[in-house]
Design a protein around this ligand. Structure first.
Ligand SMILES: NC(=O)c1ccc[n+]([C@@H]2O[C@H](COP(=O)([O-])OP(=O)(O)OC[C@H]3O[C@@H](n4cnc5c(N)ncnc54)[C@H](O)[C@@H]3O)[C@@H](O)[C@H]2O)c1
Length: 396
């Protein structure tokens, strides 16, 4: 059983606490930190948390606490993690790890030097659908993963600090793209080095100094491509979708707008339907269990089990660092209007992997390019001669 200090009492602090105190879980938030005494008190009362404070150091050094969760705005992650690591506590940090890769690397190194457990709270890599899909991919159902397209789009964040790039580190890319990038890494293989990024981003709608819409391509050393599509301008709720294509198969995931529960109401039921839903009448797509559907439940199970088992969780702060490095390359690409390298000062995966196209043997002289059954029932096989390279076609 773990005793947790929750730093931050905003949207994500609430989702995390709702998950941790949900069902029959025995881990407990035992102290809540907020800079405002009223909010700290209210949060503690809402979630039956015995203590609350406006002093961050007091929260992380609380003798009863063994785990610190950082659920604060992005510009406060470093200070909070450093304090928790210095206090010798296990540290779990929400996404993005830092505002940029340098900040993320300092955070990672502080935890490693202090020798404390660390986990990256990337919930969307833990949704039940994603875990199921990852298992299928690990078992080879899709063959070699070639393309992961991940999309997160909604009408924009709910608090002022997100819109200020000094505090947040950027716009939709650092806020939403960090999810999409890590989803792609999870399917492509976290050992596979991300090499370079080409990205378009622009400020289409909002009067801010950051991008509110972006589309990027991340090229991996294996030849796989990760595609992220992020927007703060999307109307109609939260569009959370992933598509994974491999040499042997395809997977499509829809996490939010078509979950299998669809309802029409002319009058509405209450104010809140699901995160980022813009209307409470008409056709609605309620989400049965948001904490599970967004991955928070499986994420905390993995994190807290990992502490108990003395192993690393599925998502560590090293993953957060790699994601920040890819995000940095995306911003550099927008500026340069060209592919930009992913600068990884610390790469721990495979070195120098080559992009091997899968060669399918047909006979002693030929490789199979493609096989297709035609509308009249015939099977066509397209072949390539191994020596001459000549392409030909034979009936199957
Ligand atoms: N799916 C996810 O994993 C997910 C979803 C939303 C947010 N987040 C992340 O969680 C973090 C917090 O986001 P949020 O949505 O909860 O934001 P929020 O604005 O709802 O809450 C932030 C909290 O920090 C407090 N705060 C703000 N400025 C502060 C300061 N200067 N000093 C001390 N406290 C301060 C606020 O009062 C509030 O309690 C961010 O890093 C964000 O990217 C993750």
């Amino acid at each position: 059983m773990h005793r947790i200090a929750m730093l931050g009492t905003g949207l994500i602090g609430r989702f995390y606490t709702m998950t941790l105190h949900g069902q029959r879980r025995s881990d407990r938030v035992s102290i809540a930190y907020s800079r405002s005494p009223e909010k700290a008190k209210q949060f503690a009362a809402d979630w039956d948390i015995p203590r609350h404070t406006t002093n961050l150091k007091e929260a992380v050094s609380d003798a009863d606490v063994d785990v610190v969760i950082v659920a604060l705005p992005n510009h406060l992650h470093e200070e909070a993690v450093l304090a928790a690591a210095a206090a010798g506590k296990a540290v779990l940090v929400t996404k993005p790890l830092g505002r940029n890769a340098d900040e993320a690397l300092r955070i990672l190194r502080a935890c490693e030097q202090a020798g404390v457990f660390h986990g990256y709270l990337e919930d969307l890599c833990y949704t039940p659908k994603t875990l199921k899909a990852l298992e299928a991919v690990a078992q080879g159902a899709l063959g070699k993963v070639l393309w992961v397209r991940s999309r997160e789009a909604h009408s924009g964040p709910h608090s002022d600090w997100f819109w200020n790039p000094e505090l947040s580190g950027g716009g939709a890319i650092v806020d939403l793209g960090c999810h999409c990038i890590e989803i792609a890494r999870s399917f492509i293989g976290k050992d596979v080095r991300p090499v370079e990024v080409m990205c378009w981003g622009d400020t289409q709608v909002h009067p801010i100094q950051a991008e509110d819409h972006a589309i990027g391509l991340v090229r991996y050393e294996s030849g796989a491509i990760g595609q992220f599509e992020v927007s703060w301008n999307f109307r109609g709720g939260m569009d959370l979708r992933d598509e994974i294509s491999g040499t042997e198969g395809t997977l499509w995931l829809n996490h939010w707008l078509r979950t299998g529960l669809e309802m029409f109401t002319a009058v509405g039921q209450s104010g809140y339907v699901s995160e980022k839903t813009e209307s409470n009448t008409g056709w609605l797509f309620p989400v049965a269990d948001e904490c599970a559907a967004l991955g928070y439940a499986d994420m905390f199970t993995d994190m807290l089990d990992a502490i108990d088992d003395g192993r690393s969780p599925r998502e560590t702060l090293y993953d957060g660092y790699v994601v920040n490095a890819i995000v940095d390359a995306a911003y550099a690409s927008i500026k340069a209007k060209a592919w930009q390298p992913v600068m990884l000062k610390d790469w721990r995966g495979v070195q120098g992997e080559t992009n091997t196209a899968l060669l399918r043997e047909y006979d002693a002289n030929h490789l199979l390019v493609k096989e297709e059954r035609m509308p009249d029932g015939r099977l066509k096989r397209i072949l390539r001669h191994k020596k001459t390279g000549v392409i030909s076609q034979v009936p199957g």
